[in-house]
Design a protein around this ligand. Structure first.
Ligand SMILES: Nc1nc2c(ncn2[C@@H]2O[C@H](COP(=O)(O)OP(=O)(O)OP(=O)(O)O)[C@@H](O)[C@H]2O)c(=O)[nH]1
Ligand SMILES: [Mg+2]
Length: 341
């Protein structure tokens, strides 16, 4: 039986091996992804992001426990650590916090360290999520540290994004600075057992209001802005949920918010729109890669490098270089064939 067939049959060891192949972007991994694609499109991808130490892993642990208790859905967790070149530390910490999940065959946890570019992380995460989706994991949770661009990329991948805050973390909401609030579908204030929860909640609410559409009215001849009384129908306003991830308080409400968001995505047509946008940009990126490879392979040996040298010395602009290369006469046979003995 092939590796992909074993994965589809639910073999965990095969799944683990395939995830490694995919993470390393190996040819076998890419071939397997292509084979598995027709089995994907069913999973609910949930992103969990927020500043370091807000309790994301603890929260994910609780969410998984709850999903398992509720309706026995298979749940996968991808823990992404964009800041660290090694998984070591993160894995150890997360293992402790997610130990309640070990021994459950319906749960699979995978840690991933960053490799190079931001686009790389998002692409690899997407690929791993596809494998889990094909393997029948109905819920795929992606945990990532809120550190900037990579979260936005990963949020674009997730259907529902949870942004986790905690009271007293250097306030007034690191999230706003990082622009992370804009990607939130559900807001979670974790560590609700700590002082300062009300303050965090107020700050979050006011920044949410700021983001909401306003209308202008005139009062005694003076222009005033007021909040629109009712948001236009079919807009999603991120709910704020308070949790204590260490004892599970408030988790049921978060699950409810996630379910409501899912329902909103389905009824508003947003689910389809997101899926199409995601698949389109993935396809476009691959077309670009393919064309680039074909283009470079078709050029005479060294033509690209020598054009680049002229760009470096500013005797040719990048646009001129591209035009020049596009017009360069191509050898009849591809270089690879010509070079063969
Ligand atoms: N008091 C309290 N502590 C919590 C709560 N949730 C998590 N913690 C603790 O906060 C610390 C960090 O929790 P993690 O779950 O590792 O946080 P994280 O956001 O995943 O951290 P990174 O992945 O390192 O960014 C741990 O010591 C947890 O036990 C909570 O609700 N209340
Ligand atoms: Mg963590």
């Amino acid at each position: 039986m092939s590796l992909t067939q074993q994965v589809l049959k639910g073999n965990r060891l095969a799944l683990s091996r395939l995830l490694t192949l995919v993470e390393n972007n190996s040819p076998e991994g890419r071939a397997a992804l292509a084979e598995l694609f027709s089995h994907t499109g069913k999973a609910h991808l949930i992103g969990v992001t927020g500043s370091p130490g807000t309790g994301k892993s603890s929260l994910v642990n609780q969410l998984v426990l709850q999903y398992r208790k509720m309706d026995q859905k298979k749940v996968a967790v991808i823990a992404v650590d964009p800041s660290s070149p090694f998984t070591g530390g993160a894995v150890l910490g997360d293992r402790v916090r997610m130990r309640d999940l070990s021994g459950d065959d319906g749960v699979f946890i995978r840690s991933m360290a960053s490799r190079g570019s931001v686009g790389g992380i998002a692409q690899t995460t997407a690929a791993l999520a596809q494998v889990f989706d094909a393997a029948g994991y109905e819920i795929v949770i992606i945990e990532t540290v809120g550190a900037g661009q990579s979260e936005v990329e990963i949020a674009r991948l997730a259907h529902t994004t949870l942004v986790v805050e905690a009271p007293g973390l250097g306030d007034d909401i690191q999230a706003i600075k990082a622009g992370i609030l804009e990607i939130a579908d559900v807001l979670v204030i974790n560590k609700a057992d700590r002082p300062g929860v009300e303050h965090t909640e107020r700050a979050l609410r006011s920044s949410l209001e700021l983001a909401r559409p306003v209308s202008r009215v005139y009062h005694h001849g003076q222009a005033m802005t007021v909040k629109a009384h009712k948001p236009p129908p079919n807009t999603w306003i991120p709910p704020i949920n308070k949790t204590i991830a260490t004892d599970g308080s408030g988790i049921a409400k978060v699950i409810e918010s996630i379910a409501k968001h899912m329902q909103y995505l389905r009824t508003s047509g947003e689910w389809n729109a997101r899926e199409r946008a995601r698949l389109r940009s993935e396809t476009e990126a691959l077309v670009r890669d393919t064309l680039m490879t074909q283009f470079l392979e078709g050029l005479p040996e060294g033509a690209f490098e020598s054009a680049l040298e002229r760009v470096f010395s500013h005797s040719l602009s990048p646009i001129e270089a591209a035009q020049f290369l596009a017009q360069t006469e191509r050898p009849q046979t591809p270089r690879a064939t010509k070079e063969q003995p």
